[in-house]
Design a protein around this ligand. Structure first.
Ligand SMILES: Nc1ncnc2c1ncn2[C@@H]1O[C@H](COP(=O)(O)OP(=O)(O)OP(=O)(O)O)[C@@H](O)[C@H]1O
Ligand SMILES: [Mg+2]
Length: 261
């Protein structure tokens, strides 16, 4: 059962848009999918129309409870909000920003999310985790809990900046905590074919990552940025838009590769 983290410490590169549409796309294909909002900004939560205050528990409470009592009766189950037939979401609010202070003093502070997920892993075909634009303890917890990292990169001049730090962190977590961890895919987002720079960036990213770069490129498409205001994934709200079409292609690519393994 694949469990993927959508990670890039750069802000605004399309992590949440990718996490939401990948998760919703997989759910539409019939996979039991869990999307975990691992970012205190809570953009995946609000983007899917979840009322932050209506959730019975958020990721913050789940993690705090696991820190407190490792034998707690699967607090994560209470936190899952059903969004559609096959999609569940563990929501987050700004509270989550305070979780690092709690994690910091826990024994096995990098492994709290992994522990929290353990009891429900087998209940889902896919788990996708959105992450914050930083490489702090929360992101380390995400890297320790997943088997694969998906790195969305915006097609812009500074796309590769900060990348070595990200890869170094992934490598560190792999060596010390999570031996199965790898960067599985790089997805180019907000692609604008009219911009000449775009091709150059695409080439540089491909030189660097080779096969890991997805054949699918996500175009800059206004429907992708509008969908969250309707509280729905673009693949659900605007399924025939160019942006949603690209995410469907990406879902199919990911599915095909995981099936081939
Ligand atoms: N392909 C796209 N076309 C047009 N707009 C996009 C596209 N992808 C993302 N956006 C918009 O760009 C902004 C940043 O995207 P997103 O929130 O997915 O990035 P992020 O990496 O999650 O940001 P953060 O680091 O703040 O969490 C959002 O307003 C989003 O709606
Ligand atoms: Mg985000």
């Amino acid at each position: 059962m694949p469990i993927w983290g959508v990670v890039n410490q750069k802000g605004g590169v399309g992590k949440t848009t990718t996490a939401v549409n990948l998760a919703a796309g997989l759910a539409q294909r019939g996979f039991r999918t869990l999307l975990i909002d691992g970012d205190p900004q809570g953009n995946a939560t609000t983007g899917l129309g979840i009322d932050k205050h209506a959730a019975e528990a958020t990721l913050y409470e789940v993690l705090a409870e696991v820190v407190d009592d490792p034998d707690a009766d699967t607090p994560i189950r209470r936190a899952i909000v059903p969004v559609s037939e096959h999609l569940g979401v563990v929501p987050s609010t700004l509270d989550l920003a305070g979780v690092e202070a709690i994690l910091m003093n826990a024994v096995g502070k990098e492994l709290i999310l992994r522990d929290a997920l353990e009891p429900i892993r087998s209940e889902f075909d896919w788990i996708i985790i959105d992450s914050p634009p930083s490489l702090g303890l929360l992101t380390i917890n995400i890297l320790a809990a997943v088997e694969s990292v998906l790195v969305p990169m915006q097609c812009e001049f500074y796309a590769l900046e900060g990348l070595s730090q990200l890869l170094k962190t992934v490598e560190m977590v792999r060596r010390r905590i999570n031996p199965g961890l790898s960067v599985k895919k790089v997805l180019l987002t907000m692609h604008d074919p009219r911009n000449r720079l775009t091709q150059q960036v695409q080439q540089e990213v491909t030189d660097y990552f080779g096969e890991k770069v997805s054949k699918v490129v996500i175009p800059r498409n206004v429907r992708l940025s509008e969908a969250p205001s309707f509280g729905e994934a673009a693949v659900v709200r605007f399924p025939t838009s160019k942006g949603a079409g690209a995410y469907f292609e990406f879902v199919d690519e990911v599915m095909a590769e995981c099936a081939a393994r």
